[in-house]
Design a protein around this ligand. Structure first.
Ligand SMILES: [Zn+2]
Length: 318
């Protein structure tokens, strides 16, 4: 589609970005979803303003709900499997910590000190009150942690939401110790963008990026970002292959694939659908959570595979 080419936000390639779809984030504003032919990253254009992003997150609390025991169990299993063998004690930061249950689990399962951040002030206040954890509100670039303070930083499904991924990653690099470990998971941008592209092609109507993703980072674009921010890839894993194959229509798309891509009707006051949060809320044994954790880990294949829906990385400072 012809348009005024904008430079790539990731690799600054001089190749013209292409509009691959139109999309919405929140409200009625329509954005272009553009793709860089050089690094294959896609992103919203123009980049949504901080106000538009805040509006989106204040409308959607689904990020912050779930099974608290399960999230805590996962944190404790993570501590037993990855943190304690690495160091008996240390400092962990979870950026985008939402309910804080993962951190609470790490704290229960180890001697590690835990810290969190989230952009939602109400969520942070409730985590502080409920769990008594050191959780700060705001963006990592502007939160005053000392340089090299953390042994481990965890960033799960956050990078695709931030307006400036490189600035974000550089801020992480500043506060992680030189021998620290950075656990980062992110959707495979090509798979993640494909549903928005397909929706727009099929319905000629802007897809709703309901999960709030504004960047769709391909592996080459991630690799470049990591290097520019001062990280090297120690390990890479791919997972959620079935979902990825559905995104690319190699497997038939699920029956309800368009449900999450259809913009909600904004003229009506929003109400939470009944039953959305009816997750299991029952405390199980540590062995149960360790088993679940290991089961999830087993479905992660080493390396970066094109058809995976999600990627996770273990990064080390350069
Ligand atoms: Zn690019």
């Amino acid at each position: 589609m012809p348009h005024n080419p904008i430079p790539c936000m990731i690799c600054a390639s001089s190749d013209s970005t292409l509009i691959v779809a139109k999309a919405r984030l929140s409200g009625i504003e329509i954005y272009d979803l553009v793709r860089c032919p050089a690094c294959q990253a896609s992103f919203f254009s123009p980049m949504p303003t901080p106000d538009a992003l805040n509006e989106h997150y204040s409308n959607d609390y689904t990020f912050y709900k779930g099974d608290n025991y399960k999230a805590q169990g996962k944190g404790a299993a993570f501590a037993r499997k990855y943190l304690i063998p690495y160091k008996e004690q240390g400092k962990l930061l979870d950026i985008g910590c939402a309910s804080g249950d993962f951190l609470a689990g790490v704290q229960q399962g180890s001697l590690w000190e835990v810290y969190g951040t989230d952009i939602n002030p109400e969520v942070v206040a409730s985590v502080q009150k409920k769990l008594g954890l050191d959780v700060r509100v705001g963006e990592i670039e502007n939160i005053g942690f000392d340089a090299g303070f953390f042994d481990v930083i965890r960033v799960q499904d956050i990078l695709e939401h931030v307006p400036q991924p490189l600035v974000f990653l550089k801020a992480c690099r500043r506060i992680i110790a030189d021998d620290g470990t950075f656990y980062l998971s992110v959707p495979n941008g090509l798979a993640d963008a494909q549903n928005l592209v397909d929706y727009y092609a099929k319905y000629d109507s802007p897809a709703f990026s309901g999960a709030g993703h504004i960047y769709f980072l391909s592996f080459p674009s991630l690799k470049l970002l990591f290097k520019q921010a001062g990280f090297r890839i120690e390990k890479a894993y791919s997972y959620n292959f079935k979902k990825g194959l559905r995104s690319f229509s190699i497997l038939p798309k699920s029956k309800h694939w368009k449900r999450d891509l259809t913009p909600p009707v904004w003229s009506k006051p929003q109400s939470q659908p009944q039953g959305t949060h009816a997750h299991q809320q029952k405390k199980r044994s540590a062995a149960y959570y360790d088993f679940q954790f290991m089961k999830d880990e087993m479905f992660k294949l080493p390396g970066v595979h094109a058809y995976a829906q999600d990627l996770s990385f273990v990064l080390k400072p350069l």
